[in-house]
Write a protein that binds this ligand. Structure first.
Ligand code: HEC
Ligand code: HEC
Length: 426
């Protein structure tokens, strides 16, 4: 368990601590009327009034400062690049990290945009408060396996702190802060004596990072062409509109059944995820150093990076459905970064079950080793709903033209759309 946690980028521990800090605040907030989200609104402490704007400004600086990492080389922005929708800046399947800045990662760095409505992890998620709503199964939580940002994670954090490494990291981080260019600001905001309490200093850094990560302009601008289209301020091209139809069509992409594309009943614009945990059977990424060990498997919900659900064989291979906003800007796809081209991902969806030989290496019996990133016992967990589920040799759920159209549509989910000048709202 400790070993597994220590594989996480050291600076990500700060992110985890931010979630603990927010739990602390949440206790002081009036109970939420709607389902809570993994990120919680900031409620200033009356005894030490620091405004959300001050924390936001501090968090923004900390986010990009490599002086806070054990290696002195990495900042949050190294893996979650502001110029890449807070996703990875390069095509590497995983980003290097750790103490020397050279440890290979085990998972693709997600974009940090559009996470503000991710619900806390639940095994039995219900969409609304009514008792008629269906159990949608494991949903929510932060990270690919949803282990952060839940009641469980909060209980697990002391564990993390008890780990020798984490303890050292907290104090080391506070010591680095004390020596950094942020020191005076820390003292101004949190008191002259803040560095006499390294853990409090650490918690404040984490809080600032968390508040910054809720900055709407940075993290949920909703300014893609698709948003403009939903607002009636832009028209999709014929190809983009066909792509949207294929994306939504249960008989073609059926993508929207997980990557929600509609405005919600509450008026919220879609994040292109229902936050559900699903096994799509991504091929094993032979390029990941961890995979050199044939006995190593990243099983998502059932471990090894979260430990509470390891008895649940039915959860092995499940990962949280990512948002597809800004996905056309990514260069590595799926939790293991196995694909590097969005067209390849779309072909995989269309052909996984009808042309398995294209996607998986041959096994000893000469047949394609389907779902080879999962031990045989868990392969039945892989989703078989459309667009999946065809027979080998059958017809792909959608063709190359649909793929061209869907690629055009997915590009409308890139943030930063500016309507062409001189074209009035239609
Ligand atoms: C070395 C690369 C790296 C660095 C540096 C890094 N992260 Fe991450 N981050 C990741 C990876 C990989 C994941 C996914 C981890 C997993 O699923 O287990 C992640 C996940 C997250 C998540 C959850 C996202 C989601 O979709 O649920 C948040 C929030 C986050 N990081 C914030 C931060 C912050 C804040 C910092 C700086 C203090 C930071 N990260 C530094 C690689 C990095
Ligand atoms: C049954 C739910 C489901 C359906 C249907 C579905 N997806 Fe996904 N999608 C997921 C999950 C879960 C992942 C993450 C899987 C993983 O990493 O192991 C994912 C990942 C992706 C990714 C990679 C994103 C990233 O950040 O790495 C893309 C692109 C994508 N889906 C596009 C589509 C398209 C296009 C369709 C329709 C053709 C579709 N999905 C249908 C659940 C679904």
């Amino acid at each position: 368990m400790f070993k597994a946690l220590s594989l996480l980028p050291a600076v990500c521990l700060l992110a985890a601590a931010a979630l603990a800090a927010s739990a602390d605040q949440a206790a002081r907030r009036p109970p939420a009327t709607k389902a809570a989200a993994a990120f919680r609104p900031y409620a200033p402490d009356p005894a030490h009034p620091v405004s959300a704007a001050q924390l936001d400004a501090l968090g923004r600086r900390l986010f990009s400062d490599p002086a806070l990492s054990a290696s002195g080389q990495l900042s949050c922005a190294s893996c979650h690049s502001p110029a890449h929708a807070y996703g990875p800046p390069n095509a590497l399947a995983t980003q290097p990290g750790g103490k020397d800045g050279a440890q290979p990662g085990v998972r693709a760095a997600p974009s940090l945009r559009y996470l503000q409505n991710v619900p806390p992890f639940s095994e039995h998620f219900r969409d609304n408060d009514g008792n008629d709503s269906e159990d949608a199964g494991p949903t929510g939580g932060l990270t690919w396996d949803g282990r952060a940002g839940s009641a469980h994670e909060q209980a697990g954090l002391p564990l993390l702190a008890a780990n020798e490494m984490a303890n050292r990291s907290e104090e080391e981080a506070a010591e680095r802060l004390r020596r950094s260019r942020h020191a005076a600001e820390f003292q101004r905001l949190f008191g002259q004596d803040i560095f006499k309490e390294p853990r409090r200093a650490f918690a404040k850094a984490a809080l600032a990072l968390e508040v910054f990560q809720q900055n709407p302009r940075e993290f949920y601008p909703y300014d893609s062409k698709y948003d403009a289209y939903l607002r009636g301020q832009a028209r999709l091209s014929a190809q983009e509109a066909r792509g949207l139809r294929a994306f939504n069509d249960p008989a073609k992409g059926n993508c929207a059944s997980c990557h929600v594309s509609r405005i919600g009943e509450d008026g919220a614009f879609p994040s292109f995820s229902d936050y559900g945990h699903i096994a799509v059977g991504a091929p094993r990424n032979a390029g990941l150093p961890a995979n050199a060990n044939p006995a190593y498997f990243d099983l998502g919900l059932c471990g090894p990076y979260r430990a509470d659900l390891k008895q649940h064989a039915e959860y092995c291979g499940l990962f949280r459905t990512p948002s597809l906003r800004n996905v056309a800007r990514r260069q590595a796809f799926f939790h293991n970064g196995v694909f590097h081209d969005l067209r390849q991902v779309l072909r995989f969806y269309a052909e996984r079950d009808v042309r398995p030989e294209k996607w998986y290496p041959r096994g000893q019996d000469g047949r394609p080793a389907k779902f080879n990133d999962l031990p045989a016992a868990y392969r039945a967990n892989v989703n078989m709903e459309p667009p999946f589920g065809g027979k080998p040799g059958g017809k792909p759920a959608f063709g190359e033209r649909d793929i061209d159209d869907m690629l055009a549509f997915l590009k409308t989910l890139n943030d930063g759309y500016r309507p062409p000048a001189g074209r009035a709202k239609s």
